[in-house]
Design a protein around this ligand. Structure first.
Ligand code: BGC
Length: 728
């Protein structure tokens, strides 16, 4: 068994098998609410869950977010029973998805989704947002957060693309670390912290079909090169828990794979925290994946593979099967003690044994005014200016705007999934003061300067009907179209192709036909292909899912009070079926325009990873390396001078890419190895420094081992490059 404190050891010694199996059971809040209510606790059901079944954990909300007070009432009721009427007075660990803010608490501050935070390249900002998320979650009486998502977005069709930091493993890992620090760094017992949960281990998000939770086929080299590193960093940062990938990788459901869940996660990564399943994923080993011929066999497979807690979440069959399996000797007691030891240790760490009830000091940290500022900075810094022909943006004061499109007055489109409801699509649960783009523009410019007929419901047919646009265009100086996607989460967000909806493209074409300059603002969770309309747009802002301050951020960026600095964290496809990531192999780009004449020009996205313009310009020079050689045990320091060569202040992410010229596994044409977000006044210069170790240039070899091979490497910043030689 992993190391547990004497306190936990003693508790384990006193617990019955039924209590232990109960601790390993997590049920959804539905099981303690009255059948027809989202809010009212059914005392009988609560007693069944907590006292009779002795569940270790409860999760979720029913229907929508609750107020802080409601959460306190629920938590107090649960913990009163758990500590007052169970044999060993073990408090319940409540878990929740606080994905980009405290999703399920009314009036919490929602930040940009990770796909937008990835564009900011700002570790400090990501950490601040995570800390506020932790505080508002803990203020609700909840100490376990199912976040961060450390999946790497290699499949743009995937409906959870927006929950990721993008397609690059280094970027995902770095911002994942910042998130975990924000959640946990004050110490898990602190009223400002929550236990984090790295998820979804491992290989989610690269389904061959692009549909959520469908099978992936990932060679071991890629699994270790691309998908594993963020989890390694998360473990090193001290993440408390892990959630398992619902899907199957190479024909084996991850929930039933001891190689991944025990050998790799425990053995190689040395992770000692609690492993929870994803939603219903044990029974699905029987019903969906069909690797278990009975539901009971599914329990055996998952627990022996390394699962500690089952997010069952709708019944108690898991608990019963688990007890039977232990009694029959099919699961050893040592495995149960190991799992329960981890669960109890976490309960100790988050302070539940000291005080399981909502904490006053935590409640005081809810809803502080300064949180809005962080959400606003996050939203502004996440906006990607993809195109700005003839400096159409920023707009001059006094410009009269015709605003149209389904995203213009939609709050869900700005927020996406996990926004006061799972799907994010009920504006009535959003805080009263959240502004749509329309409302923010009206507040910014005065209502008479904005012509807009868009409806709050993204799907309203009127939002793509060009009549209003055509009738009002004459009165406006420019047309701003907010296009993209309504909110969605998980499998309900599956789509069959990436093309931007035809009716939205038709609306754009109608706008172009008016002859007015057209600015597109794309609010969406994944890149919708817009090749046909891009050429005629004067300017394009890829806003993605900027969260609660999206409206003000977009308004002030359009009018130049804010200067965009986002850089794409994924390759934006130009064609539906032509997606390769920026870190492709050279061979992925082969073209043969004439037979026998080869070109390597096949990385042809609409916009490349790292693309993003500004209202000012930045220049690099004096790129230098501390040495032309690097050896084991040494470091290399790279410096570059960055100058703001434009006439206004701006932020900028300075990025270093490496190229390994020759390697025993075909090398990527480039890999992101460092980034630093800086701010420079007009005319200001700064030297930016990056330190590298040999391990930064390592890769996974044919035997699954991480190695650094001797040879030549090139480091680039913008168009500048320097080389070095690595000697073993
Ligand atoms: C999602 C997880 C989430 C869980 C609990 C699942 O459907 O895949 O990411 O944490 O539900 O809400």
């Amino acid at each position: 068994m992993s190391h547990v404190s004497p306190y936990v050891r003693d508790l384990l010694d006193r617990m019955s098998l039924a209590e232990k199996a109960g601790q390993m059971t997590q049920v959804t809040i539905d099981l303690i609410l009255e059948d027809d209510s989202n809010l009212v606790i059914d005392e009988k059901k609560l007693r069944q869950a907590v006292v009779e079944r002795k569940v270790g954990s409860i999760l979720n909300t029913r229907g929508h977010a609750y107020s802080v007070e409601k959460w306190h009432e629920i938590m107090t009721r649960i913990q009163t029973l758990a500590t007052g009427e169970t044999p060993n007075s073990i408090p319940v660990l409540y878990g929740i998805d606080s994905i980009h803010g405290a999703t399920y608490t009314l009036d919490s501050t929602l930040f940009p989704h990770n796909i937008s935070l990835g564009a900011t390249r700002d570790r400090a900002l990501v950490k601040k947002a995570a800390k506020i998320t932790a505080m508002e979650t803990r203020a609700s009486g909840i100490r376990w957060n199912f976040d961060p998502v450390l999946d790497v977005a290699r499949q743009p069709l995937w409906s959870r693309f927006e929950e990721t930091f993008g397609e690059d493993t280094y970027l995902v890992g770095e911002l994942g670390v910042s998130t975990i620090q924000g959640f946990e760094e004050d110490g898990l017992a602190s009223p400002s912290a929550v236990a984090s949960c790295m998820k979804h281990f491992l290989g989610y998000g690269d389904a061959r079909s692009g549909k959520d939770r469908t099978p992936s086929y990932i060679p071991d080299t890629q699994l270790r090169e691309i998908f594993l590193p963020p989890f390694i960093k998360a473990v090193e940062t001290g993440t408390a828990t892990v959630m398992i990938n619902s899907g199957e990788v190479n024909g084996i459901p991850v929930h039933a794979n001891p190689k991944l869940l025990t050998e790799m996660l425990r053995g190689e990564l040395g992770f000692e925290g609690l492993a929870v399943t994803d939603w219903e994923d044990i029974i699905r080993l029987h019903t969906r994946h069909r690797v278990a011929d009975t539901p009971k066999e599914a329990v055996r497979l998952a627990i022996l593979a390394g699962v500690d807690m089952s997010m069952v979440p709708f019944d108690y069959d898991f608990t019963d099967y688990l007890i039977e399996l232990v009694e029959e000797g099919a699961i050893p007691m040592s495995r149960i003690d190991e799992a329960v030891g981890r669960i109890l240790s976490l309960k100790v760490d988050v302070g539940l044994f000291e005080n399981p009830f909502p904490e006053e000091e935590a409640t005081a940290l809810f809803g502080r005014e300064e949180y809005t500022e962080v959400a606003l900075t996050g939203a502004i810094d996440s906006l990607i200016l993809a195109k700005n022909e003839n400096q159409l943006l920023p707009l001059a004061a006094g410009t009269k705007v015709l605003l149209a499109g389904p995203g213009a007055h939609s709050l869900p489109a700005l927020h996406g999934s996990w926004s006061y409801t799972w799907q994010g699509n009920f504006p009535e649960h959003y805080p009263q003061n959240t502004l749509s783009i329309k409302q923010a523009m009206e507040a910014h410019l005065g209502a008479d300067q904005v012509l807009c007929d868009s409806k709050a419901d993204f799907t309203d047919p009127g939002n793509v009907d060009p009549s209003f646009l055509l009738s009002a265009a004459d009165k406006a100086d420019v047309i701003v179209l907010a296009l993209g996607e309504n909110s969605y989460a998980e499998t309900p967000g599956n789509i069959n192709d990436l093309d931007l909806d035809a009716d939205q493209q038709a609306l754009a074409k109608a706008a172009f036909a008016t002859g007015k300059p057209v600015i597109l603002v794309m609010v969406q969770g994944r890149p919708r292909v817009m090749r046909e309309i891009e050429p005629q747009a004067g300017a394009i802002i890829l806003a993605m899912r900027p969260g609660s301050q999206a409206g003000p951020a977009i308004a002030s960026t359009l009018f130049g009070e804010a200067n965009p600095s986002g850089r794409l964290s994924f390759s934006y496809p130009r064609h539906n079926n032509d997606h390769i990531s920026y870190d492709h192999k050279l061979g992925e780009t082969i073209q043969e325009p004439q037979p026998g004449h080869f070109e390597y020009t096949g990385y042809n996205p609409q916009w490349a990873f790292g693309h993003g313009l500004s209202y000012t310009t930045f220049a690099y020079d004096q790129l230098q390396l501390s040495s032309e050689t690097l050896k084991e045990g040494e470091s290399l320091i790279l410096t570059v001078q960055v100058t703001n060569t434009g006439d206004r202040a701006g932020k900028h992410s300075v990025e270093v890419y490496s190229r390994d010229l020759f390697a025993s596994i075909t090398p990527s044409v480039r890999r992101l190895r460092g980034f630093e977000k800086i701010e420079l006044q007009a005319g200001e210069s700064r030297k930016v420094e990056f330190t590298f170790q040999p391990a930064d240039f390592s890769f996974i070899d044919a035997h699954g081992k991480r190695i650094v091979e001797p040879g030549e490497f090139v480091l680039t910043v913008g168009a500048l490059e320097v080389g070095f030689h690595y000697q073993a």
